[in-house]
Design a protein around this ligand. Structure first.
Ligand code: AHR
Length: 501
């Protein structure tokens, strides 16, 4: 089987906002406790943060991390997480039916972000709270000093403000599972008022309003239209969330979900344009895809933990999906979609980063390791920065329940500022290799400088604490350039990255 791709240096989509490779950490399960924070761990630093996890996160070059939730934020009092640790209250977390010790709060999280070299993206609680909490939290976090909340921050040990620019106005406010769920009008008004108050403090903040929790919500996409009609002039982004599942073990259909993702982005982008036109606005609002990943492996275990609940445990092992090889392909497809839609998707967060539906897993007192999906995320985040190319892809296709035609070959191309070209290629064919030829029109140079391939005879192969490298990339050697044509063989069910200079 063959496919062809045309890459022309004059056909580009957009400069990619590096923040599209962001991540998310919620006070949920073992993401914070035993994930990033474990004071008794042999690798823990003076702040109790696990050094092995820091190393794995640093390699990913994560530009931004969303915190502290998620559903958790909708009944969270940020004040509980500041001040002397021994005086912090233990609270019941209604979202995940657990106890929250508050041993980690905004100060500890900020220090961890500085250690791993990432920016904070904070969410305010618009579920159980509102404008007042948001303005106080903002003053605590960003005001230099001389006011009640900023002086409290200084008293709590942090002289300089944290200077957080990115703020989420609540989380999944359309969801019946959310503490303080609202309808679109109610939420739109609250979000607009909160945004206005926050902008009175600092006009330059980047504010993110909640879109639908997923494209299957009954209120989608009217939710987006109504919420934006209230907030368009006040916000910079609307958030989208989507999780991907292969519950009926149908891999072709699972991988075809990338088409549904593309339609979701296209629909919300059109809604943004509709509201912009209606409001006769000159401003643009973009998409912040601040929760995405494969999520389903742990559903049964979570039901058992939550339904047979034995009280309010602290940091139980919730949402601990163990990812397989097939998920590498799905995550590669999702990231390719974000690159191709970099004209509208400016920020995105893999949900989540450690232990909870995450590329990094840890054992209490034991090792930390890279799950299978760590690798496509790593390749995109490290090498997928620059300008997205408008590729013309001709590939044989197949039908799924999501789209009549899903191409077997999925490609995204990026030109870095130094001219290096990087292609991310996924072959969705069950059994056939696909010879792919990329016509490099107008680009100078022509040497393959790297080829990283991920294949596996077992779609369900996983990495574990004992077998950490069962699914890992290997260096490829068959990508070649002859004249202006790059040829590369895509084995069945494979992911690869090819770089050309
Ligand atoms: O990421 C896990 C959960 O998924 C988040 O808390 C919530 O926002 C979403 O439903």
């Amino acid at each position: 089987m063959k496919s062809t791709v045309i890459a022309n240096k004059d056909f580009t989509i957009s400069k990619i906002d590096g923040r599209v490779y962001g991540a998310f950490l919620e006070h949920l399960g073992r993401a914070i406790y035993e994930g990033i924070y474990e004071p008794d761990h042999p690798t823990a630093d003076e702040n109790g943060m696990r050094g092995d996890v820091v190393d794995l996160v640093k390699k990913l070059n994560v530009p931004v991390v969303r915190y502290p939730g998620g559903n958790f934020v909708s009944a969270y009092n940020w004040e509980d997480g500041v001040g002397p640790r021994e005086q912090r209250p233990v609270r019941l977390d209604l979202a995940w039916h657990t106890s929250e010790s508050n041993a980690v709060g905004i100060h500890e999280f900020a220090d961890w972000c500085a250690t791993v070299g990432t920016e904070m993206m904070l969410a305010v609680n618009l579920g159980s709270r509102g404008v007042d909490e948001a303005r106080n939290f903002l003053e605590y976090v960003n005001h230099p000093g001389g006011s009640y909340w900023s002086d409290l921050r200084i008293k709590n040990g942090r002289k300089e403000p944290f200077n957080v620019k990115l703020w989420c106005l609540g989380n999944e406010m359309d969801g019946p599972w959310q503490v303080g769920q609202k309808d679109a009008t109610e939420y739109g008004k609250l979000a607009a008022n909160t945004a206005r108050a926050m902008r009175m403090f600092d006009k330059s903040l980047e504010l993110i309003v909640c879109g639908s929790s997923n494209p299957d919500m009954a209120s989608y996409p009217d939710w987006e239209r109504i919420v934006l009609e209230h907030t368009y002039d006040e916000v910079n982004y609307i958030s989208l969330h989507m999780y991907f599942a292969n519950r009926d073990d149908n891999t072709p259909n699972f991988l075809g979900l990338a088409e549904k993702l593309d339609t979701y982005i296209e629909t919300v982008a059109s809604t943004i344009k509709q509201v912009k036109a209606k409001r006769k606005s000159k401003r643009d609002v973009y998409i912040c895809f601040d929760e995405w990943n494969v999520w389903y492996h742990s559903n049964k275990k979570d039901r058992e933990i939550l339904e047979g609940n034995s009280g309010w445990p602290h940091a139980p092992g919730l949402l601990e999906d163990i990812y397989n090889f097939e998920d590498v392909l799905m995550v590669g497809l999702i990231l390719n979609t974000f690159i191709r839609r970099s004209d509208v998707v400016k920020i995105a967060c893999i949900a989540q980063l450690v232990n909870v539906i995450a590329p990094i897993m840890t054992e209490k007192g034991g090792p930390a390791w890279a799950q299978t999906i760590y690798y496509p995320y790593y390749f995109a985040s490290v090498f997928g920065r620059g300008t997205a190319l408008q590729l013309q892809v001709n590939s044989p296709a197949y039908a799924t329940t999501h789209a009549a035609e899903t191409p077997f070959v999925d490609v995204a191309g990026v030109q870095a500022d130094d001219g290096t070209l990087t292609f991310f290629l996924v072959n969705r064919h069950t059994s056939e290799s696909i010879e792919t030829e990329v016509d490099l029109q107008g680009f100078t140079g022509g040497v393959v400088i790297d080829q990283q391939v991920m294949t596996n005879p077992d779609l369900k192969a996983v990495n574990t604490a004992n077998e950490q490298d069962k699914v890992a990339p290997r260096k490829g050697d068959d990508a070649k350039i002859v004249g202006s044509k790059l040829s590369v063989n895509l084995p069945p069910y494979s992911y690869q990255m090819v770089r050309v200079r």
